[in-house]
Ligand binder design. Structure first.
Ligand SMILES: Cc1cc2nc3c(=O)[nH]c(=O)nc-3n(C[C@H](O)[C@H](O)[C@H](O)COP(=O)(O)OP(=O)(O)OC[C@H]3O[C@@H](n4cnc5c(N)ncnc54)[C@H](O)[C@@H]3O)c2cc1C
Length: 337
């Protein structure tokens, strides 16, 4: 990592013409034999400093996508009250209600995951500072806690970047759908939000790269301590069905993890990794929403709705991972050769 002073050797090639986020100028910076000063330790630039920078940025982009999605949801919520079709506001039509419910529940689940991830990142930083360079004088319990926080932060950061930015794109798509034809027009905010959100699952590492970043940790059962804690916790009596479902889904997910870990074919692991990360996201979000029902009555319908929607999808994704069918990989070889 280098410090560069701007001089005539540094060229801004041009300001890019982008699809969205137009108030943020983007350019390529070209260095032509530019003198520079090394920052920090030699060989630490990429893996230590840049990865640190990038993990912070991934959390920020997850929050950016969540914010855009929240704005898109509010546009859809408002428009669905104002737009009358067949003598009633479109929001009372089950097909539109389905879109609105999906958006609302997706947003709540993602917000819970973002807050949880941010808290593990914060704890990691606190323990890092506390343990510091203390050498042998450091309490072994604090050192163990530092390691546990780091593992969870490093697992959940790519998970939330993946989950939030894909959710943001989905919610903006659904919001435009709720608007119908007018949503496609520049006069309506959703047209801009739809364009702005598109970059979030590309920059600071594409969604595919987030899956690559998360899968190693997940295959080492990095979520097990949290899943065990949540499975053992108490929840309101009227959420017992959801708790039982989540205990079952936790076991289903863990079996899928073990199946993919045992898979000797590396291409299959890479191909089916996203199905495993999806399950991890759904499961963690479900437990977090259930946990929220301990403090807020209004979270119950959100948690019920989310668990009901992800349960069959998680079982199917676990089946896909466990089977790790070779057909799509063979098809890639045959069709894309
Ligand atoms: C508006 C904007 C602002 C940006 N700002 C910055 C900035 O400030 N600083 C900066 O450094 N960069 C910046 N970028 C660059 C941005 O981070 C990259 O474009 C992004 O990370 C994707 O990298 P790439 O374009 O090289 O795509 P590629 O790496 O070429 O990827 C192309 C496709 O291949 C897939 N792919 C590639 N490798 C793998 C793999 N190992 N496994 C699975 N799939 C893979 C990707 O998912 C993608 O679908 C910016 C880009 C844009 C558009």
């Amino acid at each position: 990592m280098f410090l560069v002073e701007k001089d005539d050797t540094v060229k801004i090639r041009r300001i890019e013409h982008k699809m969205g986020i137009k108030s943020s100028p983007t350019c390529e910076i070209q260095y032509n034999n530019t003198p520079c000063t090394l920052i920090g330790k030699r060989r630490f630039g990429l893996m230590r400093y840049s990865m640190n920078l990038m993990n912070g940025a991934r959390l920020a982009v997850a929050a950016q996508a969540l914010g855009i999605a929240e704005a898109a949801w509010r546009e859809a919520d408002r428009y669905s009250k104002e737009r009358i079709q067949f003598g009633k506001p479109i929001r009372v039509l089950p097909a539109v209600g389905r879109l609105l419910l999906g958006m609302r529940v997706d947003l709540e689940a993602t917000r819970a995951l973002l807050a949880e991830t941010a808290s593990w990142v914060d704890l990691w930083k606190v323990y890092e500072k506390a343990v510091g360079d203390g050498g042998d004088t450091v309490d072994p319990a604090a050192r163990a806690r530092l390691k546990a926080c780091a593992t969870l932060a490093e697992t959940m950061t790519p998970m939330v970047k993946y989950c939030s930015t894909e959710m943001g794109n989905r919610v903006c798509y659904q919001s435009m759908q709720v608007h119908g034809g007018v949503g496609y027009m520049k006069e309506f905010n959703i047209e801009r939000l739809f364009r702005d959100v598109r970059i979030t699952n590309i920059y600071e590492g594409t969604s595919q790269l987030q899956v690559v970043a998360a899968i190693g940790k997940l295959l080492n059962r990095s979520l097990d301590p949290l899943l065990a804690e949540w499975s053992a916790a108490e929840y309101p009596a009227d959420m017992a069905t959801e708790k039982a479902t989540l205990i079952e889904l936790t076991s289903t997910f863990q079996k899928a993890v073990d199946a993919l870990k045992a898979q000797p074919n590396r291409d299959k692991v890479d191909y089916y990794a996203c199905d495993l990360v999806d399950q991890a996201v759904w499961l963690v979000c479900s437990w977090l929403l259930l946990r929220d029902t301990n403090v807020l009555e209004s979270k119950k319908s959100i948690a019920r709705s989310y668990v009901a929607s992800i349960a069959p999808r998680l079982r199917a994704a676990a089946g896909i991972v466990t089977e790790s069918n070779a057909v799509p990989l063979d098809a890639i070889g045959a069709l894309l050769a």
